[in-house]
Ligand binder design. Structure first.
Ligand SMILES: [Zn+2]
Length: 394
């Protein structure tokens, strides 16, 4: 029953070309599914001067507590070259027990499984006490400005309070039941610019090569390690993503150079303390003056923090984690690892409102050509969510 339902819902969602930030009909599919089952539906369109308007949906059934909310997104990343797909990305073809299509795992599949589980659970429990909600955005793969952040604010403004949340992002690296995400590292990005004096490579005493300067500064950012991790989190990591002087010659040293980097930090840091540590390392590196002549003026650098920064978080709710772990074990026989690795998701916003964990499908094909999911996995995930609801509302 539920496998058919989840597969059918997923196919209906895949048929909607909801490439971020377009709604593509995907939220209407959910509305048409949930409204006849008695869910109250609110559709909100949020906009902002600097980012595209986005459609969002909040749906809820029941009243009183506890209030459990399932969160997710119906927007998807673009399919890329259509010629590379063996099945069209917005059709929902099934071949050999596998559903193909953009969003199959990230994360229309997760939404389909939860919708199937919730509808089946409510049909079997007419005496149900509590509230089950869906918090669905069309702005997770985009700038994340007009999505979950404003949706959560809308809920708060309308007196909607959640007790616990599962985000249905694909969390399992290889098999269903591997991993529940119980937290995330924080993230901070920066641009480091170093200025010097342009010159001829043969006369370095007449110039001040900023490439030498930035080499010393970047070394200081990477060594020694920022920390060695702890029981809850892996070590904090700094990755340099670009070093660019714009200079394509080998006989001129440039006047300036910039590097971009991102730090994924654990719960031993806050955005403020990690920023202070980076600045202090740079100031020390200026004094150390590695790779440069003692005759040079002190290195002049500029460190600018850019983009979104987010703090780390760790969810400690036994009610939520134990119910979900037990449901995963009941259905798959696996004891899921409680992980804080990987990238960011909308859970970073939800954690300010209620305890939140993430559990969904296997992530291997997300954002790839021929994104796909096994019907067996859809069946199992529906059963996990269903079992979770049984335990949670018991
Ligand atoms: Zn996603």
């Amino acid at each position: 029953m539920s496998n058919q339902t989840a597969v059918k819902i997923l196919q209906d969602l895949i048929k909607c070309p909801s490439i971020t930030p377009d709604e593509g009909g995907a939220l209407s599919v959910l509305q048409a599914l949930l409204e006849p089952a008695g869910f109250d539906i609110s559709r909100m369109r949020f906009d902002d001067a600097n980012s595209p308007a986005v459609e969002n949906l909040y749906a809820g059934f029941g009243s009183g507590g506890p209030h459990f909310v399932f969160a997710g997104h119906t927007d998807v990343v673009p399919p890329g070259s259509l010629a590379d797909w063996s099945h069209e990305p917005f059709v929902g073809d099934i071949e050999d027990g596998v559903v193909y299509g953009r969003g199959a795992v990230d994360m229309k599949g997760g939404i389909a499984c939860f919708a199937a589980a919730a509808l089946e659970y409510l049909a079997d429990h007419p005496d149900f006490k509590g509230r089950i909600s869906f918090l669905i955005t069309g702005d997770e793969e985009g700038p994340a400005v007009n999505g979950t952040v404003k949706l959560l604010q809308w809920c708060a403004d309308n007196g909607v309070v959640f007790d616990h949340c599962i985000v249905g992002e694909p969390t399992n690296p290889s098999v269903l039941g591997d991993t529940i995400k119980v937290g995330r590292r924080g993230s901070i990005s920066a641009r480091l610019t170093v200025n010097g004096v342009q010159g001829h490579v043969a006369y370095p005493h007449l110039s001040d090569n900023p490439v030498r300067s930035i080499t010393g500064l970047l070394s200081a950012l990477m060594e020694p390690a920022l920390d060695s991790g702890n029981q809850r989190f892996q070590p904090t990591n700094l990755e340099i993503t670009s070093i660019d002087s714009g200079n394509e010659t080998s006989n001129v040293t440039p006047a300036s150079i910039s590097a971009l980097f991102n730090v994924r930090f654990n719960d031993e840091w806050t955005p403020q303390t990690i920023a202070a540590e980076l600045t202090s390392r740079l100031d020390q590196a200026v004094l150390d003056n590695r790779f440069r002549g003692a005759d040079k003026a002190p290195i002049s650098y500029d460190l600018e923090f850019i983009g979104n920064l987010s703090d780390s978080f760790l969810t400690r709710s036994d009610t939520l984690i134990n119910a979900l772990s037990d449901a995963v074990h009941f259905v798959t026989g696996r004891k899921p690892e409680l992980s804080t690795g990987g990238g960011t998701s909308d859970a970073r916003f939800i954690k300010d409102y209620c305890p939140v964990v993430e559990f969904g499908l296997v992530g291997q094909t997300m954002h790839q050509v021929d994104e796909r999911v096994a019907i067996d996995d859809l069946t199992a995930l529906s059963r996990i969510y269903r079992r979770f609801l049984e335990v949670y509302f018991a």
